[in-house]
Design a protein around this ligand. Sequence first.
Ligand SMILES: [Zn+2]
Length: 154
Amino acid sequence: MNELLQNLTRLQALEFGEIKEKNAKATIVELRGKIPQQILGHYDRLVAKGKKGVAAVRNQVCTGCHMRVPIGVVATLMHDTDIQLCESCGRYLYLSESTGTKAPEETARRKPARKVRTSKNSSPMVSTPPPAMPLALNELGPGKMQPGLRPISA
Ligand SMILES: [Zn+2]
């Protein structure tokens, strides 16, 4: 998990009293100082509505609203390249350590050549292109050689 998400989840846990620290107030101030204003603003708007600003992703599902999170979002979280918002509830997402990475690994193992993103809906369509390739090569091979050989031997 990247530092920003770590700060956000820690801030939330402190503000919601999920973790108890002696200097919780000082830590909250410190964390708020580290998190970019724009992100903090979005977080605070959610909290002001009585929601949590950050939600874990488990089994590719947002634990804040229980809606499915797109595999691309999960992949981004896995690679820690960017922070992601839930499309449904607008919470910042982070991967739950235990099971959040399970789904993408499974799909990648089953169809290594394909993009993970497309494997959900279009897997029946995928089976058509492979048989077409060897067939075309077989027809082309002998068909090309014979007309070339005959004029020379005749
Ligand atoms: Zn959500």
